[in-house]
Design a binder for this molecule. Structure first.
Ligand code: SF4
Ligand code: ZN
Length: 267
């Protein structure tokens, strides 16, 4: 029986390009990847927020992380200015929940968590795992937060927020995992909130958007169906403009020019 463990981010990567997924999670070729700075700043901000909120060290802990762990002065300054835009009440959240990661085993037939599934099939080892940026229980509600970093001005930052609110599938997927992982969460309303901070000193903070039971059912069905595909269908490249920003583009370019990408690995 094959064991499959797919992360919420992995689902997204699989949908974007199966070959990327194969390189990134399975083959893991050693490359000298130079990340574009924006990505590095985004990572730094995400990690600082995680340290500050998730590990409960507060805003001081977040700044300390940036001071001590980030060498590049430009990245440090941008990260500092983005983190300083996180609304202050969040640093004071009373019950931030920071699990290392949430993991739920699903039934590929019913798309239900195995714990709830009544089907008589043998349950494959299909796990979906993930770690929301932050989730809290406030006023009897579970709120799943998603933080994003950008380098826009005020209106650009607000536009970004609108995009995440309209297309915020990742936050919904995390909401499903939270709901499915904890029996006590089954009867608690869940919502998502998106926060976009800009390295130029702006922030856009969204309101709570309910994630209804119906929405969770649809998204759960979809997650399980995507996860079931992985490892069963062929790896194909999704050639697109996204390739220009892909760390594995060198390998794929060789494929087109007649060389062999990853001698000994892959096709
Ligand atoms: S370069 Fe393009 S085709 Fe190749 S792995 Fe990256 S996204 Fe996929
Ligand atoms: Zn089942």
């Amino acid at each position: 029986m094959m064991e499959r463990r797919v992360s919420v981010t992995g689902l997204e990567d699989w949908l974007s390009c199966r070959q990327y997924y194969q390189y990134h999670y399975i083959d893991r070729p050693e490359l000298d990847i130079v990340e574009p700075t924006r990505l590095t700043v985004g990572r730094a901000v995400a990690r600082a927020i995680e340290v500050g909120l998730g590990l409960g060290r507060g805003v001081e802990g977040a700044f300390e992380y940036i001071r001590n762990e980030i060498d590049d002065p430009d990245v440090r300054e941008s990260a500092r200015s983005a983190v300083s835009m996180v609304p202050s009440y969040l640093w004071e959240s009373e019950a931030p929940i920071s699990e290392d990661r949430i993991e739920v085993q699903y039934c590929a037939y019913s798309a239900l968590p195995v714990a709830d599934c009544q089907c008589r099939m043998t349950h494959d080892s299909l796990y979906i795992v993930g770690r929301p940026d932050l989730w809290v229980v406030e006023n009897g509600e579970i709120v799943v937060y998603e933080f994003k970093t950008c380098a826009e001005g005020r209106s650009g930052t607000e536009r970004k927020l609108e995009l995440y609110e309209d297309w915020g599938i990742q936050a919904v997927r995390y909401a499903v995992l939270v709901h499915d992982a904890y029996p006590w969460a089954q009867n608690v309303p869940i919502s998502r909130r998106h926060v976009v901070v800009s390295t130029r000193g702006f922030a856009a903070v969204g309101g709570a958007i309910p994630v209804t039971v119906d929405v969770m059912r649809r998204v759960r069905d979809e997650m399980v169906s995507i996860a079931s595909e992985i490892g069963r269908v062929d790896i194909v490249r999704n050639w697109s403009f996204a390739c220009t920003a892909c760390p594995y583009r060198g390998l794929c370019a060789v494929y087109l020019t007649g060389g062999r990408p990853l001698e000994g690995l892959g096709p």
